[in-house]
Design a protein around this ligand. Structure first.
Ligand code: ZN
Length: 225
């Protein structure tokens, strides 16, 4: 009996307790860490899914033209200003464009809406890489903003054809597509029935980005014979 009990007297119980406590703490910390990583991954996946499914459509015409100060500064200080001081499809579209951080690829048949042109120039000045594709015959039309773009240093290319470069789409940061019937004209803002779909659908964004790149190369003036 003494022989059996003797080894127990040599056992360092406080040490065993300390080690057990340490193992317990480590196991709990590992569990908490793995759980938080898992939650973070799940939340990212959910966010990605939400982003991809977040599509919206804007319809025109707007009942009134949005006030430029309201669009760009959020408030208007002009007395008796006749323009709209509430969200309109135009103000929403400008806001979406101004969310560009890296690139803005504009491929639009007619561009003479000053509000949209100003948003484009503002992005260019803030360092966003802006490229514009448009139709050669529309460039010279009344109120066209293309010359203004060029003066500001924005890259513009156009077709040279009796057929129209009739697209009306924009790719933002190669992640978001703006596409529909909507030309960038005052008439489209306040007169015509128009639609613009805004989507983060990866396949659509990629397809439109590819089309933009294809046309950008095709309309390269240095490669024209
Ligand atoms: Zn105003």
């Amino acid at each position: 009996m003494a022989a059996v009990l003797l080894p127990l007297t040599n056992v360092d119980f406080p040490r065993i307790l300390r080690i057990s406590w340490l193992v317990g703490v480590l196991a709990h910390t590992t569990y908490v860490f793995i759980k938080s990583v898992k939650q973070s991954i799940e939340s990212d996946q959910e966010k990605t899914l939400n982003d991809q499914s977040t599509s919206q459509v804007l319809f025109f015409p707007d009942k009134m033209l949005a006030c430029k100060e309201f669009i760009f500064e959020g408030c208007c200080h002009r007395k008796n200003c006749q323009f709209a001081h509430e969200e309109t499809s135009l103000s929403k579209l400008v806001t979406i464009l101004l969310e560009a951080r890296q690139s803005l690829d504009v491929c639009v048949f007619t561009i003479n809406c000053r509000e949209l042109a100003d948003a484009t120039i503002q992005l260019h000045k803030s360092g966003v890489v802006v490229r514009v594709l448009t139709d050669d015959e529309q460039m010279g039309s009344t109120g066209s903003q293309i010359e203004k773009f060029r003066r500001e240093g924005i890259q513009v290319r156009h077709d040279l054809s009796s057929f129209f470069m009739h697209h009306k789409f924009v790719v933002i940061d190669r992640k978001r597509l703006v596409n529909g019937s909507f030309n960038w004209t005052r008439q489209a803002v306040t007169g015509n029935r128009e639609n613009v779909v805004i989507s983060r659908d990866k396949q659509l964004v990629e397809a439109f980005s590819e089309e933009f790149e294809r046309l950008w190369l095709e309309y390269d003036p240095s490669k024209r014979s």
